[in-house]
Design a binder for this molecule. Structure first.
Ligand code: ADP
Ligand code: MG
Length: 570
């Protein structure tokens, strides 16, 4: 390792030279307080920025072992330091220092969830921030003095403000870490209690706006409180006792008038598969990890999915056991989304009438009389939802303000009334008795089989014009070779860094495709490897940190495979 003075003199030497001269500074430098590793130097001021790691020995950083003694704690601390680092950059880094990306310092950004990430690494020996830097230039000439300012003033400032325990508020860190641990604990308790989701009293569910995931202003909010019939009390490892609504396994309806908060509750449940930061409002809303939001998604591609439990006798005898289409309809896409989730091992389906195909959800008695069963390919969800639970143990939570026919099949009815949750099961069952629908169940005597598909290598080509090209283009779009994978309707994808990881997982796991392993096996093996070796494993660039990955769930990985237009199944 070179001394930091060596970096200083190297910079002096290249002042005013062509940008490529920056390549000279690649290497590791001892800054006393920390090590600076310049792993990769960008080729020009507009190119992908320079990759550096700031590694602070624990001797100096001094984070108490207890803050990273388990996976869940370490993830929370890494998340917290990433946020602090990002904020220190916002506060103290002078951005414009010349052409292109000159002067910028960047660390991955975090949203409302606490996800496993590659932006920060904490071990008993060190804390390491993985950062990108735009090395300053005027035109294509090296601006060494500006660069020296970044290396010798800004980086040490960032280390001091964000990577030393003594500079941070240890109470806030503790809440962050312990909160994350409590959420994992809660999720673990659900199964034991026969619950699929838990919403703590006092939770703040609505968001600031349709495009913001931040909590709504407190003054405007009705905080959540459980109906007494569904209230459970749990003992958390850190926060002590907590009370809230436990949604039991089985079939649950969320009903209520329009604009009374049904979708907001469901969305919080959906996001409960992830842990949230303190202050989010949903940091004690947890859902089984194995929960998937299901919606209609017309236009999506479907590759050899068995949708026959829901769809049969299509015109022209189109196969529904090996159903393929370049452009699914509302109902067929919703059926495929369910079957693909079942293939991956889902335990809880979440549906909202706002985003469901009506003819997939219900066929009432009048329609049954007019259009006979042999002219209707769709078996509506209402006729399968109980079999899903009885045969496969798969629960459902559905937002349905529009159809009381579901009272017959519901184990539980929750009503939202001016943002307050009420338990209405008995009342709904009484009404179902009083106004019998006389509709005929059309679902047969069982749910039907879940087939496992075997992917082929064909079509999983990550290259474009001879070069590997995999990248996230925003949260909902993935570039994979020549293909663009549209993930707009994959609603539990929450972070662009997950999208980025998914892109590389598609490529990485394609090596496992052997014509025998199922899609589920391939994805699970890959995620297990990541679990053991970390997300760094995915990076195609050796010797360069992959600082912008966040861990996706297997369902979102499968969703990307399933939406890749060149994906092939045996
Ligand atoms: P629904 O699905 O029943 O039609 P939504 O869940 O879409 O209703 O909620 C309607 C509006 O009310 C949204 O703008 C939402 O942000 C707001 N809202 C939802 N829950 C609450 C709450 N607990 N307190 C205040 N506003 C809320
Ligand atoms: Mg709604």
């Amino acid at each position: 390792m070179k001394s930091k003075d060596a970096l200083g003199s190297a910079l002096k030497r290249i002042e005013g030279k062509g940008y490529k001269a920056y390549k000279d500074i690649q290497g590791s430098y001892d800054f006393k307080e920390f090590e600076l590793h310049i792993d990769y130097v960008q080729g020009d001021p507009f190119a992908a920025p320079t990759r550096v790691r700031l590694r602070v020995p624990q001797k100096r950083a001094r984070f108490p072992q207890a803050l990273f003694s388990s996976r869940v704690r370490r993830t929370a601390l890494e998340d917290y330091l990433t946020r602090e680092f990002g904020e220190a950059v916002q506060r103290g880094v002078k951005r414009s220092r010349g052409t292109g990306k000159s002067g910028m310092i960047f660390i991955d950004t975090c949203g409302q969830e606490i996800l496993q990430r590659t932006s920060m690494v904490i071990t008993p020996d060190y804390v390491e921030a993985r950062v990108s830097m735009g090395l300053p230039a005027r035109g294509r000439r090296v601006l060494a003095r500006e660069a020296a300012d970044m290396f010798f003033k800004e980086l040490p400032m960032l280390v001091r403000e964000a990577l030393l325990h003594e500079s941070l508020d240890s109470e806030i860190i503790t809440v962050h870490v312990e909160g994350n641990e409590d959420q994992d604990f809660l999720r673990g308790e659900l199964k034991k209690l026969g619950l699929v989701s838990f919403v703590a009293n006092g939770s703040l569910l609505p968001r600031k706006s349709g495009v913001s995931d931040l909590p709504m202003d407190r003054e405007k909010v009705v905080l959540f409180s459980s109906p007494p019939e569904l209230q459970v009390e749990l003992q958390l490892p850190n926060a002590g006792r907590v009370k809230g609504m436990g949604i039991p396994a089985g079939v649950t309806l969320i009903v209520g008038g329009g604009y009374h908060g049904k979708s907001t509750l469901l969305r919080a449940v959906e996001r409960g598969v992830y842990n949230h930061i303190p202050g989010d409002g949903r940091e004690q809303v947890v859902t089984l990890e194995e929960a998937v939001k299901i919606r209609a998604e017309d236009g999506r591609r479907v590759e050899k999915v068995d949708i026959s439990p829901f769809i049969n006798n299509l015109p022209f005898r189109k196969d529904t056991v090996n159903f393929s289409t370049e452009e699914a309809s509302g109902s067929t896409s919703q059926a495929a989304n369910i079957m693909e989730s079942l293939e991956m091992g889902v335990q809880l389906l979440l549906l909202d009438e706002d985003t469901s195909a009506t003819n997939f959800m219900i066929r009432d008695v009048r329609m049954q009389s007019l259009v006979s069963k042999n002219k209707e390919p769709i078996t509506p969800f209402i006729d399968k939802v109980n079999f899903l639970y009885k045969d496969l143990g798969v629960s459902s939570i559905m937002v349905l303000g529009g159809s009381g026919d579901y009272f017959d099949v519901a184990d539980r009815v929750i009503m939202m009334d001016e943002y307050r949750a009420l338990e209405m099961t008995a009342r709904a069952k009484e009404i179902a008795q009083k106004y019998q629908t006389k509709r005929k169940p059309e679902g047969g005597g069982e749910f039907g089989e879940i087939l496992h598909r075997i992917p082929l290598k064909k079509g999983l080509d990550p290259t474009r014009k001879g070069k590997t090209k995999i990248s996230a283009r925003g949260l909902y779009s993935l570039q994979f070779g020549r293909q663009e994978v549209d993930l707009s309707f994959v609603e539990q994808l929450v972070d662009e860094s997950q999208t980025r990881a998914i892109g590389d997982i598609l490529y990485f796991s394609s090596h496992l495709i052997d014509g025998r392993k199922t899609l589920k096996e391939i994805i699970e093996i890959t995620l297990e490897q990541i679990e053991k070796q970390g997300l760094d494993l995915l990076s195609p660039y050796r010797g360069q940190h992959p600082g912008e990955y966040a861990l996706p769930r297997k369902y979102e990985v499968a969703a990307a495979f399933n939406r890749l237009r060149t994906f092939h199944i045996r």
